[in-house]
Structure formats: C-alpha cells, structure tokens
Design a protein around this ligand. Structure first.
Ligand code: 5GP
Ligand code: MN
Length: 323
C-alpha cells in the first residue's frame, strides 16, 4: 500500500465537507462494515456524510444500524464534493444509477479497495490487493485522520475483516489482518454481536434451501471443481432469499478433494450469478475476467446469460486450462 496515496486521500477527505460513500451492490460485510465505519468516523469530525448502495442492507447486517442509507440517485444531495468508492474498483459494480450519476458529476472521486485490475481512473486511489478486507484500509485512513476509534466504529470494521476472511480462515489472511483485528478488539469491537448475527442467525428455511442446493452438487474429478446451483423457484418454494445461500461456495471448499468451490444462483430466467472460491490453486480473478466478472485470486464472481449446463461446462473447462 502506498503511504503517499493514503496521505493524499486523507487530505482530500479533510478538505471536503459533503461526502458520499458508495460500495458495491449485493453488499457484503466488508462493503457495509467499511462504509459504516468510515461514516461514523467522518461524522465525528463534523463532515456531512451519506451512504449510497443500490441495494438494502441484507438482514444479517442490520445490526450495523444503517443511518442515512440512500438507495436512489434522486436522494443524493446536490452539493457532494467527494465520492468515496469502497470495496469496488469499477463503477459498474456500484450499479447503473451511479454510473449515470458519475457521468454528470464534477467533484472529486477516490477509490479505497483491495480488488485486482482497477477500471476506475483517478489520482486518488488506495488499492492494496494484499489487504484481506477493505476495512483494513479504512482503519489506516481513520488512523491517518487522527480520529479516535470508538466501539461502534471498531465493530463495523471488525465485521468487514471477519466476513472477508471467513473468520481468519481464507488464504488472504496475513499479519495485518490479526494486527488490526487485535487493535479493534482493544477498541471494544463487539465480537459476540458480530458472530451471533453473522453465523448464528440462520433460519430453518435455509436448511430446506440447502437440501435442494446440495442435491445439485457435481464434483469433477479432473479439475477438482465442486459446483452447485439454485433456481429462483427454489428460493420461492422454500421461502428464502439470496441471503440464505451466502457462504455455499466456501462451504464446498471444506472438503479435502475440492480445490475450487462454485455456487451459482439464478438472477432471472437464463441469467446466473456465480461465486467462485479456491484455496490458491487457480487464479479465479482470471477465470471471472474471461466472463466479464472479477474479484480476487481466491474469490471471484461473474454474471452469465445462457443455460446452467453450459455455464458449468465452460467454468470447468476454463479452470482445467488454467491449472
Ligand atoms: P461474491 O461471490 O461473494 O459475490 O464475490 C466474490 C468476489 O468477487 C468479491 O470480491 C466481488 O467483489 C467479486 N465479484 C463478484 N461478482 C462480480 C462481478 O459480477 N463483477 C466483478 N468485477 N467482480 C465481482
Ligand atoms: Mn472486500
């Protein structure tokens, strides 16, 4: 991570009064934890701060208590001087509305992120692909700004680290993940609250959904890919939503024969979203890129139009070629 870029963004924040924080749609614990942690911090130094996300918070993250969450472009105040993009590096990941907003926007743009292959051009970029969560970078910015981290901020940032590392189990974990997590604990991050909301808040409906998803598991011996999927009808009939299928791709990786875990969900007829996870054998961001998606080496995602059978075959072929 470049210290120069960190200082440039910190100064830009100090020089701006009206700030919009934007994170990726289908927000996860890192997108929301980073946004809320930064929001509470900037409020402490008197900034007018707003958070935009195309989507509502998933229920399991409501404990972070969204304030001033904006879901539509028309609610964005017209005096914004700085837009901070968190946990994304491509305007497309924020949704169409923000792409349009940025077209007519005259102020500054900064990106704070840990994904590969940035597609946004700005002189204010803090990108560190070695950071295990965007929350780690937000922590460094808050410290650079001299803002005292209270328990609320600490809980938000810890949520980002815990969810993006799957509780320090993923291969993106490094010394910084533990170092900063320990500092956040010292600042009274509420681990009990985080764990009870992230891991113990599942409904029995989810089990019914999982039963269906696991019945589709296909394990390909050659590529060592395990792949499973879920249709819109499965969600409907089990009274569940996409939140109830969070973590399925990671779960597949818990089995020693599996090198790549893939979970695919239907978004609309013939349109699919795939989540790819690995333990480091294949660069999954490369695989996702070939489908127009992206992400990290060990966790990536993509969208696809076509049949589920073709998508499964294409994924397995491409992963075999990459090995
Ligand atoms: P997930 O599978 O949890 O949705 O995403 C895993 C990783 O891949 C995340 O870091 C996410 O930002 C990235 N990702 C997921 N879907 C897409 C996509 O459609 N496009 C791009 N560029 N990245 C994605
Ligand atoms: Mn992240």
């Amino acid at each position: 991570m470049s210290l120069k870029n960190l200082n440039k963004i910190s100064k830009l924040i100090l020089d701006s009064q009206n700030i919009l924080i934007v994170s990726h749609y289908d927000p996860d614990g890192d997108a929301i934890g980073s946004s809320m942690g930064l929001y509470y911090s900037l409020k402490k130094i008197g900034k007018n701060c707003y958070i935009y996300n195309r989507d509502k918070f998933p229920e399991y993250l409501n404990f972070l208590e969204a304030e001033k969450l904006i879901n539509t472009k028309s609610d964005i105040p017209n005096n914004i001087e700085l837009v901070l993009f968190l946990d994304l590096n491509d305007f497309e990941r924020a949704g169409e509305e923000i792409e349009k907003y940025i077209d007519g926007y005259q102020g500054h743009i900064a990106v704070i992120d840990h994904h590969q292959s940035p597609k946004i051009e700005s002189q204010f970029m803090l990108i560190d692909v070695n950071a295990s969560a965007t929350a780690i970078l937000i922590y460094k910015i808050i410290v650079a700004l001299g803002i005292e981290i209270d328990n609320k901020i600490a809980t938000c940032l810890m949520t980002g680290i815990i969810t993006d590392t799957s509780s320090f189990k993923n291969s993106n974990v490094n010394t910084d993940s533990f170092l900063i997590a320990s500092k956040l604990l010292n600042d009274n991050a509420d681990l009990k609250l985080i764990n009870s909301n992230i891991y113990n808040d599942r409904s029995i409906y989810r089990l019914n959904l999982e039963k269906r998803i696991f019945s589709t598991i296909l394990f390909d011996d050659n590529s060592r890919v395990a792949i499973c999927y879920c249709t819109l009808n499965d969600y409907k009939e089990t009274k569940t939503s996409k939140e109830d299928s969070e973590g399925i791709a990671n779960f597949l990786l818990n089995h020693k024969e599996v090198e790549v875990g893939i979970f695919i969900r239907e978004i609309e007829k013939n349109s699919w979203k795939a989540s790819l996870r690995s333990n480091g054998f294949v660069d999954l961001s490369k695989i996702a890129n070939t489908f127009g998606g992206g992400g990290h080496k060990n966790a990536s995602g993509l969208k696809y139009q076509g049949s589920i059978e073709k998508l499964r075959n294409d994924l397995i072929d491409k992963i075999l070629n990459e090995k």
